[in-house]
Design a protein around this ligand. Structure first.
Ligand code: AGP
Length: 579
């Protein structure tokens, strides 16, 4: 949902900003832009396209100066075009700003400013902020004009601004992520930690409703009344290398492989406080979106079985319409980024009803972790690819920790993943089948059903093939009519209690001519289906981990075989900070 960055310090700002934009590109990649305040004044360059393309054609690196801002866009207001790309400037082009979020009252501000003679060049909500600051600067110095203008905005925003003749950069944050990287003689303001990692590990997650002013010498944080506020400093242990591709063609493949390293870290998480909250809870509402929702489904099954308490997973955007949290409810929010707007609003809704909030997230200092009564971190390291892979298996690992405690067999989880990864070539050989596919059905039962849902989501988001997941038993209630000769069916058939019934479902679709790919350790099914991906025989709890990497790699190779960049699927962004 747009990546923003600002830099001030002793380095060439354009170098830092360009590098940061490449790291933040997972947040949006339809347009990019930069503004640098330097010897030639305030120079702005921007256009539609990916960061590397726009930067190459507009020579971002040729900009001289030590303070500047940058943006990589995921369009919300206004189509993808050069004019709507950020940074946006005021009429006199003396200030430029980048914005992530949605300004809800931009139309009324725009009308008022138009009446004062302001001319707008874009259709965006963001541009009005630059003009509003310009209007206020008629009567007050820049820092106050910035503060007064920010106070007038409704909606969500992380904003960073640069100005002609200034080495200072100005920022504000409300309901959109913003961190400050604290270096020696340099400061970075950015949508996430990864953009600051090459320069510093000292981070301040900027609090809600804060103004930040940084020069090369100092950084200060203020509340909206102008009173200086104390920041919360933290040291992160992520390295810049973990946020880079490390020899893999895509972040997604690298992150699929990183699962074997991330899982032991996740399994070692401290869940004492979380368990105490679960123990005290009358009922448990799990709230999450997309892939995290699938982890939530697994957690709900396990918690209900292990604790006997009512535990239900809700799609976060639906939660306020359908749920009745109360005092005694434990709202358990799962979010890789900890910034997803739908999850945040569901979490606020539950808290307002008196529920306690437990967060499962990967990002230290994220908005969700700050709202929560207690947080368990995934410890999966930064995940850059838009598709969640290693953070999903880490969420599953935490689900197991919460439900089962420290069972000795949990140590086998990373090995189950490693065994699956060894089948990369076998999965790759299947990609020609998906190259021209239109529909794929995923079936599974019990714990395998949420994993099948995740397989279908990965395939559709990365390869643009229509994919649906069904519990095996549901096929005969309607979807079976869609099965024709050659239809692709991916069947999750491990040797757990669901096997006999899944075997029946496989026969049903085979009888109607489906091309069946089974994920199985059963020799009979292996013989009967068109293609079998071997799943290591294990105790039932380990099967989700043994099957997941196969589905992730299937989606990866389906995507690349269709000429798609799996790290940057169309219309999507990693961190969805609009509702
Ligand atoms: C995963 O591949 C997706 N890109 C998406 O469904 C994601 O899981 C969802 O947007 C939730 O994100 P979160 O975990 O950061 O809250």
């Amino acid at each position: 949902m747009c990546g923003i960055i600002g830099y001030t310090g002793f380095r060439k700002a354009s170098d830092v900003i360009l590098r940061g934009l490449k790291t933040l590109e997972y947040r949006g990649y339809d347009s990019a832009g930069i503004a640098v305040s330097g010897p030639k004044g305030l120079e702005i360059r921007k256009g539609a396209g990916k960061v590397a393309e726009v930067s190459e054609s507009l020579l971002f690196s040729s900009l001289e100066g030590n303070a500047g801002i940058g943006h990589t866009r995921w369009a919300t207001h206004g189509k993808v075009c050069n004019e709507n790309a950020h940074p946006h400037a005021n009429c006199s082009k003396s200030i430029a700003l980048v914005h992530n979020g949605v300004i809800e009252n931009y139309l009324s501000i725009k009308e008022a400013l138009s009446a004062e003679g302001h001319k707008f060049e874009s259709e965006t909500d963001s541009e009005v902020v630059a003009h509003l600051i310009e209007e206020n600067m008629k009567n007050m110095p820049i820092e106050r004009a910035f503060q007064e203008s920010i106070k007038a905005l409704k909606g969500s925003y992380a904003i960073v601004m640069a100005a002609r003749g200034e080495n200072r950069i100005f920022a504000a944050r409300k309901n959109s992520p913003l961190i400050a990287g604290i270096g020696k003689g340099e400061f970075i303001l950015a949508s996430d930690i990864t953009a600051a990692l090459p320069y510093t590990k000292k981070i301040v997650p900027v609090d809600e409703e804060r103004i930040v002013i940084a020069s090369e010498k100092e950084i200060a944080f203020y509340d909206y009344s102008g009173k200086e506020a104390n920041p919360n400093y933290m040291e992160v242990d992520w390295t810049a290398e973990t946020a880079e591709k490390g020899g893999f063609p895509h972040f997604m493949l690298k992150e699929i492989y990183e699962q074997k390293l991330a899982l032991p870290e996740s399994l070692a998480a401290d869940v004492k406080d979380a368990n105490a909250l679960i123990e005290k809870a009358k009922n448990i509402h799990i709230i999450a979106c997309g892939t995290s929702y699938h982890a939530g489904l697994v957690l709900s099954i396990l918690l209900e079985k292990q604790t006997g308490k009512f535990a239900k997973a809700f799609i976060a955007s639906e939660y306020p319409f359908i749920a009745n949290p109360e005092k005694g409810t434990l709202a358990l929010a799962i979010s890789q980024s900890g910034e997803t707007a739908d999850t945040m609003q569901a979490a606020r809704f539950a808290k307002a009803a008196g529920a306690k909030l437990l967060a499962l997230t990967n990002v230290v200092g994220s908005s969700l972790s700050r709202l929560a009564d207690s947080t368990v971190y995934l410890n999966a390291g930064p995940e850059v690819s838009v598709a969640a892979t290693k953070t999903f298996s880490s969420q599953l690992a935490l689900a197991y920790r919460l439900a089962y405690g420290s069972e000795p067999w949990a140590k086998e989880i990373p090995r189950a993943v490693e065994k699956a990864l060894a089948q990369e070539q076998s999965v790759k050989s299947l990609s020609s089948r998906f190259k021209d596919a239109n529909d794929v059905f995923f079936i599974g039962r019990g714990l395998s059903y949420p994993i099948a849902m995740e397989g279908a989501l990965k395939l559709k988001e990365l390869s643009y093939i229509h994919a649906e997941a069904y519990p095996g038993g549901e096929l005969k209630h309607g979807p079976l009519s869609l099965i024709q000769p050659g239809t692709l069916v991916v069947a999750l058939a491990p040797s757990d209690e669901s096997l006999p019934k899944m075997h029946g479902n496989i026969k049903e679709v085979k009888a109607r001519g489906a091309f069946v790919i089974a994920l199985t350790d059963n020799p009979e099914i292996t013989k009967e289906v068109d293609f079998a991906l071997h799943v290591e025989k294990s105790r039932p709890e380990l099967y989700p981990f043994a099957m997941l990497p196969l589905l992730q790699m299937l989606a990866y190779y389906a995507s690349t075989s269709r000429g798609i960049d799996p790290d940057r699927p169309r219309n999507l962004a990693k961190s969805v900070t609009v509702e």
